[in-house]
Ligand binder design. Structure first.
Ligand code: NDP
Length: 467
């Protein structure tokens, strides 16, 4: 009997994806270029639904046609190397899927190279981490639609479900699936940083204990802020360190790591004139956090404001922070979805924004209750310029801006940095203004470089002899 699908790369994600496929009734061939991971994985299942292979040729020959090969290997050169080893054994019409975090530009190159050889290539964004891979991730497939349709029954079966709807939908051509995953991760950076800033306010300005903050996050998770990241933050805050007995959060070193998808999101936005300031601030916040030794030294030299500490009303301010966090999240998702819209137009991808919001509701790291409303906003207005101007969110941010303003002002006067909360407010205040201060910039550019300017009252391009 032939295997219905093959998985290559049996690390954290690949092994769990393979187990997920096997648990849904697929007959799965598994292969890893080192033997141990294959043996460890196969030992986990009593039945025969995972079949190990130790030679790539045997692995490929075991698959039913058209062959469906799912790669879950380290992004970068490893993908090219695995494709290179597969190619001599594949036939026209076979399908390679890359489920890792490949850069979408690499995916477009691989798509073109493989298309010329008659092989279909799907770049598949997968989000959900280890548990999601096993129990149901959010899946964002890009490539040729006819190739997608051949693998759709398996992908939808293994994806997360929300109200029985699979969190998997065809995204669009070529690298668009990996692009959508990339920006998903950018939004994730912003969402995480916003939560960290809300925590900072509760801890440093309201002087709450870690357990009390966990209670607040749990309460928030029962309302409109309900999301995976809020939920896990509450759980993180409850965890005690086994060595010291302190809250574990207090012994974790304050240096953030990153693997590049947030940076790629910012770089793509910058290259294409897309305002992704909140995501970029979140990225820079990680970079600044990494300068731990410099920060420790600077703390001895540089001082903050000499403010008299005012006692803040706890309950009143907890609600301001809730409003600030919600509004910050709306602004961050609004920027991410604008990045989808503008990039879709630039690349002719026709990204289904309404459906992207729906498949983010389950399985993935940024899953959140308000994705339902985001989806509805795009259902009502598929060409919506920005989520902020949809009737629902326009009303929300009109109400919640007071909380965000208070929190950001309090942070500024106290010398606490809130890069993403303040960036959200700056974005909101600049986006809602019909007239900006860019007239000064245009005049300066014309003054020193004769770059010309346009006028508000007359058509055409003008230059002034300023001196
Ligand atoms: P792991 O490091 O656990 O696994 C990587 C796999 O790739 C291993 O099986 C490894 O084999 C294999 N591999 C590495 N180099 C080569 C090579 N040159 N040739 C063949 N195989 C190779 O990573 P993850 O499972 O966490 O991640 C896999 C992909 O999924 C990455 O692109 C990652 O960004 C993405 N991803 C990860 C998520 C997560 O939460 N971890 C979430 C979503 C996507 P060996 O160990 O034998 O070297």
């Amino acid at each position: 009997m032939f295997n219905s699908i093959g998985v290559i790369g049996l690390g954290v994600m690949g092994s769990n994806i393979a187990l997920n496929m096997a648990s849904k009734g697929e007959q799965v061939a598994v292969y890893n270029y080192t033997r141990d991971l294959t043996d460890q994985l196969v030992a986990k299942l009593d039945n025969q639904s995972l079949k190990p292979y130790y030679e790539i040729e045997d692995f490929v020959q075991s698959l039913e046609a058209p062959r469906k090969v799912f790669l879950m290997v380290t992004a970068g050169k490893a993908i090219d190397s695995v494709i290179h080893s597969l190619l001599p054994h594949l036939e026209t019409g076979d399908i390679i899927m890359d489920g890792g975090n490949s850069h979408y530009v690499d995916t477009e190159r691989r798509y073109d190279e493989l298309k010329a050889k008659g092989i279909s290539y799907l770049g598949i964004g997968v989000s959900g981490g280890e548990v999601g891979a096993l129990k149901g991730p959010s899946i964002m497939p890009g490539g040729d639609k006819d190739a997608y349709e051949k693998v759709a029954p398996i992908l939808t079966k293994i994806s997360a479900k929300v109200n029985n709807d699979p969190c998997c939908t065809y995204i669009g051509p070529k690298g668009s699936g990996h692009f959508v995953k990339m920006v998903h991760n950018g939004i994730e950076y912003a969402d995480m940083q916003l939560i960290a800033e809300a925590y900072t306010f509760l801890r440093e300005k309201l002087h709450l204990e870690v357990n009390e903050i966990a209670d607040i996050f749990e309460t928030w998770n029962q309302g409109e802020l309900k999301s995976y990241l809020i939920e896990i933050t509450a759980e993180i805050l409850r965890k005690k360190d086994e060595v010291t007995g302190l809250p574990l959060i207090d012994v974790i070193l304050d240096k953030a790591g990153q693997k590049g998808t947030g940076k790629w999101t910012s770089m793509q936005a910058i290259d294409n004139g897309i305002p992704a300031s909140i995501i970029t601030e979140a990225l820079f916040a990680r970079y600044i956090s990494a300068l731990k030794e410099e920060r420790v030294n600077a703390e001895k030299i540089l001082t903050g404001p000499k403010t008299v500490q005012q006692k803040l009303d706890k309950n009143e301010w907890i609600d301001y922070i809730r409003q600030a966090l919600y509004m910050g999240k709306v602004c961050a998702y609004a920027q991410g979805f604008t990045q989808y819209k503008m990039s879709s137009e630039l690349n002719g991808w026709d990204l289904p924004l309404k459906d992207i919001a729906l498949i983010f509701r389950g399985g993935c790291i940024i899953r959140a209750e308000f994705l339902n409303v985001i989806s509805e906003a795009y259902q009502e207005q598929p060409n919506l310029a920005n989520l902020l101007i949809s009737p629902y969110f326009a009303e929300k941010v009109t109400d919640y801006q007071a909380g965000l303003r208070k929190v950001v002002c309090e942070g500024i006067t106290s010398g606490i940095s809130f890069p993403c909360l303040s960036s959200s407010l700056n974005f909101y205040d600049s986006y809602r203004k019909g007239i900006s201060n860019a007239n000064i910039l245009q005049a300066q550019r014309d003054y020193f470089g004769a770059h010309t300017y346009e006028r508000r009252d007359l058509a055409g391009v003008f230059h002034t002899d300023w001196q």
